[in-house]
Design a protein around this ligand. Structure first.
Ligand code: FES
Length: 150
């Protein structure tokens, strides 16, 4: 079935089965490979994208639930003011180790800055607790968020 979704400012048709998670519509249907598959059950955050500015786990969101929502992925977040600041801080502080979870980390961090421009440590911990990093880059993630918000 063909669904029309808006991704990174572009309206696109994607031909997938009903019930397909947004993650697979993006990756397999549209070739947008930034959002990653980690757990598939909403627990790790690797698949995080924004829908209408809110961070969502795309592995757990059926394509029909997106509707007219505006989807932004790691490929598009750099075009936003906070996304650009977060990505610059990530690069300057060399946050990534293996890098696999980092698109999701950056999407959650950008949503945090959008909601809370000067987050305290507790805000950062609360906003980022759903994003798992097996390389344990958490200290650099927190530092980068602080730098981007400074
Ligand atoms: Fe979606 Fe883990 S792959 S939360």
């Amino acid at each position: 079935m063909v669904f029309k979704i808006n991704v990174n400012g572009k309206s696109q048709n994607v031909d997938v089965e009903e019930g397909t998670p947004l993650l697979w519509a993006l990756r397999d249907g549209l070739g947008i490979l930034g959002p990653k598959f980690g757990c598939g059950v909403g627990q790790c955050g690797a698949c995080t994208v924004h829908v209408d500015g809110q961070p969502v786990r795309s592995c757990s969101l059926p394509i029909e639930a997106v509707g007219a929502g505006k989807v932004v992925t790691i490929e598009g977040i750099g075009a936003t003011a906070n996304g650009k600041k977060i990505q610059a801080a990530w690069t300057e502080l060399d946050v990534a180790q293996c890098g696999y979870c980092q698109p999701g980390q950056i999407m959650s961090a950008t949503a945090l800055l959008n909601a809370t421009p000067k987050p305290a440590d507790a805000d950062i911990d609360a906003a980022m607790s759903g994003n798992i990093c097996r390389c344990a880059t958490y200290i650099r993630i927190r530092a980068a968020i602080k730098q981007a918000s400074g």
